[in-house]
Ligand binder design. Structure first.
Ligand code: ZN
Length: 447
């Protein structure tokens, strides 16, 4: 321990570190982890001890895929409610997606507007992705320099007219521009031609919706992305992978040195097409939740490292937009507060440990965004933690969630893993379902 400035020591018999889970005491100074010490280290006089017993101390989760929709569509969510829900769910860092807010994050002015709105409302540390749309090629470098963590683009319609998709030529041009300044392009990968030729039937049947968003749309888009990224030596990231068919080509691209990373989401990894009731559009998202057999391949992709991260893709809306018609209902699943227990429930069933969960939900997303102070319980990082009772269960009651709208595909599910408390830079920001006031900071790339 370095000494005088350590005011807080946290300890647990199960601390999840990059080298495995073990009993440890964590000395905190000035909001950072000063040292990770043996469990029975003497606590310096003047320091406060928080002992979590056998509850598991995880690194605070990093969720790099959240649609906060603020300003502009704050009836859908907002920085106050989103970050409060995140804090209650063990998340200490969030990156906001560039679309569904008005304005979208496609210029530096728009970024500044969003930062101003977010600053007083953020319960956790919050950063921003920029957007790459056909009209803003000249804004990409200024946005990069202003601190966005990378750029999101679509290859098929996004669902909102202010955020148009890129065609293949625009994709290649944007990718080259972004690679030119060492940036990261993150991609909603569904090919528009495959979507256009798929059967489009409206109504309450989930099978019809699933048929309208075939795996081939994802597979083809990802194939094209790999080709562009390889040719341009560009860094790309596949958002919300749903099609397990794409895993072999992604694994091959990684082996060949293509700079590609991949995320999947709790809904693809814990919910299945077979269980979606007719008209239950709280399960609608794009790409869609697929069959149980496909889900097994996604878990294999996580186990062998082809899939790097698990992030929420929390994309809420008001209840009235979730009409029972799958074709017209808003697509997006609300899950910010539930990602950790949802994934832990499935992971433990499949023989994975909380070390795996911490890697997928904290270390890897922090690495994706270059957040070197986040993502691990080790000296020098921010003292951000989630304290989890992994063997306790609870049943999801949407009315008890902090999301702005009480619509979620997880309603009524019994999940393992109760978040007992959440710590941000050495301060307890959530405990036993109550969340303190906003003390999050705004993050910029390379801070
Ligand atoms: Zn999304």
């Amino acid at each position: 321990m370095s000494g005088a400035d350590v005011k807080l020591v946290l300890r647990s018999t199960r601390v999840v570190t990059p080298d495995g889970t073990r009993p440890a005491a964590i000395a905190v100074a000035d909001g950072r982890i000063d040292a990770v010490l043996p469990y029975d280290t003497e606590v310096p006089s003047g320091s406060r001890l928080e002992d979590f017993g056998d509850d598991v101390l995880l690194p605070g989760l990093v969720d790099t895929h959240v649609h906060v929709n603020d300003p502009g569509r704050t009836e859908w969510e907002g920085f106050f409610t989103a970050t409060r829900a995140a804090a209650a769910g063990g998340i200490t860092t969030l990156l906001d997606m560039p679309l569904n807010s008005l304005p979208p994050t496609t210029t530096v002015d728009h970024l500044r507007t969003k930062q101003q709105v977010a600053a007083p409302k953020a319960h956790i540390d919050t950063g921003f992705w920029g957007g790459a749309i056909p009209s803003n090629a000249k804004d990409l470098r200024p946005l990069h320099e202003a601190g966005v963590f990378g750029f999101k683009c679509f290859l098929s319609p996004s669902g909102v007219e202010e955020f148009p998709e890129l065609d293949q030529e625009q994709l290649a041009r944007s990718m080259a521009e972004i690679a030119g300044f060492g940036g990261l392009l993150i991609v909603h990968a569904e090919d528009p031609r495959h979507l256009a030729s798929a059967p489009q039937r409206s109504g309450p049947a989930y099978a019809d919706f699933l048929a309208s968003r075939p795996r081939d749309a994802e597979n083809t888009a990802i194939e094209g992305l790999i080709a562009h990224a390889g040719r341009l030596n560009a860094r790309v990231h596949v958002l919300h992978l749903s099609s397990g068919d794409a895993l072999p080509m992604i694994a091959a691209a990684k082996r060949e040195g293509v700079r590609i990373t991949v995320e999947s989401c709790p809904h693809f990894l814990t919910l299945t097409a077979e269980e979606v009731p007719d008209g239950a559009t709280e399960f609608k998202c794009c790409p869609p939740i697929r069959e149980a057999a496909n889900q097994d391949t996604l878990w294999e992709g996580l186990a062998d490292g082809t899939i790097d991260c698990i992030v929420s893709d929390h994309s809420p809306c008001t209840t009235d937009l979730k009409t029972p018609d799958f074709a017209s209902a808003w697509g997006g699943i609300s899950s910010l507060q539930l990602g950790l227990p949802a994934i832990w429930t499935e992971a433990r069933k499949r023989g994975h440990s909380l070390d795996d969960v911490a890697r997928w939900m904290s270390a890897a997303p922090a690495g994706l965004a270059g957040l070197t102070r986040k993502g691990a319980v080790e000296a020098g990082r921010d003292a951000d933690f989630a304290v989890l009772a992994p063997d306790e269960t609870f049943t999801v009651d949407p009315a008890e969630l902090f999301h702005r709208n009480q619509v979620t595909a997880y309603a009524g599910k019994t999940l393992y893993g109760v978040v007992k408390s959440t710590w941000l830079r050495g301060e307890r920001i959530a405990a036993d379902g109550a969340v303190a006031g906003p003390t999050g900071r705004l993050l910029e790339r390379n801070q």
